[in-house]
Design a protein around this ligand. Structure first.
Ligand code: FES
Length: 187
């Protein structure tokens, strides 16, 4: 388009005027209107698209995750239903520490076994939102070897149970199912 507009128009003798042919001014006007229509369509598309039954939202109502991507002692944070979720591959030391505290005084008492799925205790899957005001805690900080929420100092252990600070509840567990040893479906 830019090349054709840049072509010189006066290299040859002027043609006889033809009332039916668009003049150069008409051509410029047509281009301007076309651009305006194209721009309106470009603006309208996201608005229309937002009104569609959101296929992406439906897909995210549940999601599958390949656990082989998470090495022992590591965790990932994934997005599920627009909220962060921790998937932590716990070490034997982390599991032992959590079990050892099963009967310690806690605000929101829960055993380690109640926080994981039978046969998959190395995987801890929790919503990554502090139950105080929703900040995302950081792992490997705090005296219980789990997470520390930097906002107001809530401390969670290696089963993501609240142990200190203002948060009232353990990190919440989403609904999830193991589809195999290395595949989980959340939601
Ligand atoms: S939001 Fe986590 S301690 Fe306040």
């Amino acid at each position: 388009m830019a090349d054709s507009l840049a072509q010189p128009v006066s290299d040859t003798a002027p043609a006889a005027p033809d009332a039916a042919a668009p003049s150069r001014r008409d051509f410029i006007n047509i281009v301007a209107v076309s651009a305006a229509v194209g721009g309106a369509a470009a603006v309208a598309w996201p608005l229309i698209d937002q009104l569609n039954p959101a296929a992406d939202t439906l897909a995210l109502a549940s999601l599958e995750y390949d656990l082989s991507k998470v090495a022992l002692g590591q965790e990932v944070t994934i997005a599920w239903r627009k909220q962060p979720v921790f998937i932590r591959h716990r070490t034997p030391k982390e599991i032992a520490a959590a079990k050892a505290d099963d009967h310690a005084p806690m605000k929101d008492p829960a055993t380690d076994a109640s926080r994981v799925k039978p046969g998959h205790e190395e995987w801890l899957i929790v919503l990554a939102s502090c139950t105080h005001l929703g900040c995302v805690p950081t792992f490997a900080q705090g005296e219980y070897g789990g997470w520390l929420c930097p906002c107001h100092g809530s401390v969670y252990d290696t089963a993501a149970r609240i142990r200190k600070g203002p948060a009232p509840k353990n990190l919440y567990l989403p609904d999830y199912t193991f589809l195999g040893d290395t595949r989980v479906k959340i939601g």
